[in-house]
Design a protein around this ligand. Structure first.
Ligand code: HEM
Ligand code: HEM
Length: 214
């Protein structure tokens, strides 16, 4: 195993956290994609209006929109359930960091980047790749904290007395960051498949049973 292998013992708490976190992130992405595709109120309101017209009945655009949003609501409520769960998982990750992993993802990424200066030429590519992957994890945590804070603020905007307009830029950035998570998940899974086929056999099963302690 070289210095830039991703294989290391994974404590039970991190493994449990990892799989819950993966499910919750996929769920959140799922609700966002559904809202923008099959359950888009614009598409469905237009469909309701045109079907009603074909049937010879009249419907106002406002009512068609109300119905379309009503159809979407039970699905979108899961965004909030999963969103608050993700908030809880971030707190759990801090505890896992303090008691089990004892390594801060941001410091670890920064340290790898700093050490790049003294890496021998033959190891440069591996060291750079390692740093990029670890920076990706640090970014994941940073963007996730932003998603949770912005999500909770949007959720409680009435209680906090913040207007919808004032929150527009926050909402837009929250919405845009959906693409960060999409890219992260695709890159993460492709990267793992490549690593399993090259230097890091058993990386995925280590995330299930922990792997050798040393
Ligand atoms: C789909 C959503 C997923 C998310 C958001 C996610 C997130 C993460 C994060 C943040 C880490 C770094 C943990 C740390 O050291 O602090 C990690 C590591 C890892 N993940 Fe995932 N993961 C996902 C799915 C998966 C899947 C499907 C697999 C297996 C097929 C997997 C296997 C692993 C492995 C083996 C590691 C350790 C590798 C390493 O340290 O580079 N993950 N994941
Ligand atoms: C991976 C994490 C997340 C992703 C990918 C994500 C994605 C999205 C997207 C795409 C939207 C905009 C929907 C639209 O207008 O078309 C949105 C809105 C929203 N999200 Fe998230 N979100 C995530 C995490 C969270 C969290 C942790 C919360 C906290 C509870 C949250 C609460 C909200 C709220 C309140 C809105 C505004 C809904 C509205 O104005 O109708 N989200 N999210």
């Amino acid at each position: 195993m070289n210095n830039y292998s991703f294989k290391k013992y994974q404590p039970l708490s991190l493994r449990l956290w990892h799989w819950f976190n993966a499910l919750v992130i996929l769920g959140l992405l799922g609700t966002a994609f559904l809202r923008k595709s099959f359950l888009s109120w614009r598409t469905n309101a237009a469909l309701i209006e045109s079907k009603m017209q074909e049937a010879g009945a009249a419907i106002t655009p406002d009512l068609a929109k109300d119905i379309a949003i009503g159809i979407r609501t039970p699905m979108w409520d899961w965004h909030y359930v999963l969103g608050f769960t993700l908030g809880g998982l971030m707190l759990v990750r801090v505890l896992v960091g303090i008691f089990a992993v004892k390594k801060c993802p941001a410091t670890h990424a920064a340290q790898s980047a700093w050490n790049l200066r003294k890496v021998p030429a033959g190891q440069k590519a591996n060291a750079l790749h390692y740093t990029i992957v670890k920076t990706g994890y640090a970014l994941f945590y940073l963007v996730t904290v932003f998603m949770v804070v912005s999500g909770v603020v949007m959720y409680f905007k009435t209680e906090l007395g913040i207007s919808k307009e004032a929150l527009n830029p926050v909402k837009e950035f929250h919405e845009l960051m959906m693409w960060f998570f999409t890219a992260f998940v695709v890159g993460h899974i492709l990267g793992l498949v490549i690593a399993e086929n090259r230097q890091d056999k058993g990386l995925v099963s280590d995330m299930i049973h922990g792997g050798p302690k040393d």
